[in-house]
Write a protein that binds this ligand. Structure first.
Ligand code: SAM
Ligand code: SF4
Length: 329
């Protein structure tokens, strides 16, 4: 599957639910209206769409959300997709999670074929954690992370860099990740969806963070890439990777290999654009997957060259109206 700019599309992210057991301040408003349950694709339908993508050349699937592990019975989808790992099928099945349910699911994830997960953790301070997630308890997420480690899953910690909130903590996070054998990725805030706060207050450019970190740590450039927006260095003192995801200050679109499917069957060809394709209608129109595959190929033919995120100071409106929890980042 190639898009009009010659990029091969091999990576599908599936947001299996827009619901979540937390309310991170940069991601959601406290009061959220979620999608009506009747609009959701069933887990079997999600598997059917995923299978069509695999036939068309997708080699990596990441499950995300909302919080993927709060969708009822989500492990049946994980097991079904895990069974597709192998030659001619998936090279990798991964998951992005807030960690609250990992203590329960870590071993099952490993048994299903998952080998790496991303866990979001913005702070190691319990009070800050509660303030950022509104409803969360640090202890529960840490318990999940260590259960995942014990189950044999490789872990990358994702931390959103928030001005005035966790910006004094990155040294501690780097040291902690080094100690436990985790990679770390710092993420710049993206203007997606209405939240209850002013985003220009949260925005912290990672170029600044990196310059500050370089005073304490030896950051060695690498050409390690995952096809995603992260640029990685190795922290010489810990031996672990440190990634910077900078959609606001750096253009990463030229190597984009991914598309995003929501839990209602809408395919977004770019995280930062509103253009989308409805796959639910072709999916339900026929039991023959040819209709679905044609719809997927048509959508890939419309993948835009890139995004144009702006945190608009004058209007203070998000550049993209939908919340990150719909497409899963
Ligand atoms: N609930 C899971 C979690 O938190 O990892 C998966 C979904 S969450 C939407 C995926 C990632 O997007 C998380 O690492 C989260 O921190 C990040 N995220 C959410 N809103 C964001 C925003 N406005 N800007 C940048 N990253 C954001
Ligand atoms: Fe939930 Fe993840 Fe969004 Fe936090 S970032 S509110 S955990 S979906």
């Amino acid at each position: 599957m190639r898009d009009p700019f010659g990029r091969e599309i091999t990576y599908l992210r599936i947001s299996v639910t827009d619901r979540c057991d937390l309310r991170c301040v940069y991601c959601m408003a406290e009061e959220m209206t979620f999608l009506p349950k009747a609009d959701l694709l069933t887990l079997e339908e999600l598997e059917r769409v995923a299978s069509a993508f695999i036939r068309l050349g997708v080699r990596k699937i990441r499950l995300t959300g909302g919080e993927p592990l709060v969708r009822r019975n989500v492990m049946s989808l994980v097991r079904a997709l895990g069974a597709r790992i192998g030659p001619g099928g998936l090279a990798e099945l991964t998951l992005t999670t807030n960690g609250t349910q990992l203590a329960r699911y870590a071993e099952e994830l490993f048994a299903a074929g998952v080998r790496r997960i991303n866990v979001s953790l913005d702070t190691l301070d319990p009070d800050r954690f509660a303030a950022i997630t509104r409803w969360g308890k640090l202890e529960k997420t840490l318990e999940g992370i260590f259960a995942a480690k014990a189950a044999g899953l490789a872990i990358k910690i994702n931390a959103v860099a928030l001005k005035g909130t966790n910006e004094d903590e990155f040294d501690r996070l780097i040291a902690w990740c080094g100690e436990h054998g985790f990679d770390l990725c710092l993420i710049e805030t993206m203007p997606m969806g209405e939240i209850d706060q002013d985003r220009t207050d949260q925005y912290l450019p990672l170029s600044l963070v990196r310059a500050r970190l370089a005073r304490t740590w030896t950051l060695v450039d690498t050409d390690y890439r995952t096809g995603g927006p992260a640029r990685y260095v190795v922290v010489k003192e810990t031996g672990r990777r440190l990634g910077f995801i900078t959609p606001m200050t750096h253009n990463f679109c030229e190597s984009c290999n991914r598309v995003r499917l929501t839990c209602t069957g809408t395919l977004y060809m770019c995280l930062g654009q509103d253009d989308a394709a409805d796959l639910r209608t072709p999916l339900r129109a026929s039991r023959d997957d040819a209709v679905l595959e044609a719809a997927i190929l048509e959508a890939i033919g419309r993948k835009p060259r890139g995004h144009d995120f702006v945190i608009d100071r004058r209007r203070n409106r998000p550049a993209v109206a939908r919340h990150m929890s719909l497409t899963g980042g």
